[in-house]
Ligand binder design. Sequence first.
Ligand code: HEM
Ligand SMILES: *[C@@H]1O[C@H](CO)[C@@H](O)[C@H](O)[C@H]1NC(C)=O
Ligand SMILES: *[C@@H]1O[C@H](CO)[C@@H](O)[C@H](O)[C@H]1NC(C)=O
Ligand SMILES: *[C@@H]1O[C@H](CO)[C@@H](O)[C@H](O)[C@H]1NC(C)=O
Ligand SMILES: *[C@@H]1O[C@H](CO)[C@@H](O)[C@H](O)[C@H]1NC(C)=O
Ligand SMILES: *[C@@H]1O[C@H](CO)[C@@H](O)[C@H](O)[C@H]1NC(C)=O
Length: 339
Amino acid sequence: MAKQHSSSSSALHLCSITTLVFLALLITSSGASTQSLSYDYYNSSCPKVEQIIHNVVSQKLLEASTTAAGALRLFFHDCFVEGCDASVLVASNETHKAERDAEINLSLPGDGFDVFFRAKRALELQCPGVVSCADVMAIATRDLVYLVGGPRWEVQKGRRDGLISEASRVAGNIPEVNQTVPQLISLFKSKGLTALDMVALSGGHTIGFAHCKEFMPRIYAYNKTFDIDPTMDQSYAESLRSPCPEKNFDPTVVAFNDVTTPYTFDNAYYQNLQKGLGLLATDQKLYADPQTRSYVSLMAKDQQGFFDHFVSAMIKLGNIGVKTGNDGEIRRDCGFFNA
Ligand code: HEM
Ligand SMILES: *[C@@H]1O[C@H](CO)[C@@H](O)[C@H](O)[C@H]1NC(C)=O
Ligand SMILES: *[C@@H]1O[C@H](CO)[C@@H](O)[C@H](O)[C@H]1NC(C)=O
Ligand SMILES: *[C@@H]1O[C@H](CO)[C@@H](O)[C@H](O)[C@H]1NC(C)=O
Ligand SMILES: *[C@@H]1O[C@H](CO)[C@@H](O)[C@H](O)[C@H]1NC(C)=O
Ligand SMILES: *[C@@H]1O[C@H](CO)[C@@H](O)[C@H](O)[C@H]1NC(C)=O
């Protein structure tokens, strides 16, 4: 940018480069989102892909009810770092720290990893080397959301697995609880998602948990004037103090993200925000900020409306940075790049 002002001749030169880059982007993005992903991608190569994944996923959910939330969060993190390419599933090795082990990892949920690994192993028995881990993540997450009460949608397939998984490339791509709504909006915008998409996707917090450290700044020594965040229901805040004591708290203890219906995918999360019952500071701020408040109200009063917006945002999320054609690979084991 700064260079464009250095001299008029170089500005002209940069201008033509910019046009070329722009054209290249147009070609790439239309190729990625419309040509290559399709509903019938595995029709001949693995016709039972959806059924095989569904069987594994429903069995896993019976064993561990936390699976749905774990998978949804992992899918979100995967798509926000390097695009939806299953890079989050790759393990670190002795010399190399992978994406899933970034400091900001925030204890990514083991059951989420497990359900994707299991679904992929089941697929390898029937159609070896065919279905990408990235598609497994998209399909399994869709199934889990539906199985815990949420909407269902058709998943477009044909994503390929990424060849990069770097812990150092995570920071800045994943939202954090201390961010402001304008910061969150700009992060989501950088991934092609609108503020409405962001509010709808945050409805993912209608299931699952957060560890004490994520909300403790709200319930102890909040600021100079208030001990407890004044936007938080005061008795709700007090009820969180005993599982999360100020000193020597247990780092493994968690609280429900949706305190009213923690295991059901519904719009109670938004109704909670209207009552000061949001757990994370960022959740509650969606209702405080004028840029997002009306969206929260919309979702709170209309569950079908929430579901419709959630589905459209999940489809956009699932298209972020997808690799197709000869990009990437079809990993044999989701935890490792092919040798
Ligand atoms: C808007 C910004 C967001 C922030 C700041 C945020 C932050 C967090 C934090 C701090 C946790 C708790 C992690 C832990 O302590 O283990 C969490 C959990 C979770 N997040 Fe988000 N998140 C955001 C958006 C999203 C989106 C867009 C989705 C998916 C569509 C999502 C899905 C989840 C789920 C399902 C859990 C529960 C995970 C579990 O129980 O294992 N979040 N989030
Ligand atoms: C692919 O399979 C689905 C489900 O069996 C079917 O509805 C669809 O028509 C098939 N598409 C093609 C191109 O064969
Ligand atoms: C560790 O992983 C990196 C890439 O993720 C790879 O380049 C390197 O060869 C691996 N090292 C070992 C010892 O396997
Ligand atoms: C990241 O998450 C994985 C899976 O839960 C865990 O095994 C690993 O220890 C975590 N890494 C860090 C640095 O928190
Ligand atoms: C949020 O917290 C992280 C560490 O947890 C810190 O690196 C970052 O600077 C903080 N961001 C803001 C906006 O305060
Ligand atoms: C404390 O937080 C409240 C609510 O966020 C805010 O209105 C107030 O100005 C803050 N006070 C100080 C001293 O920072």
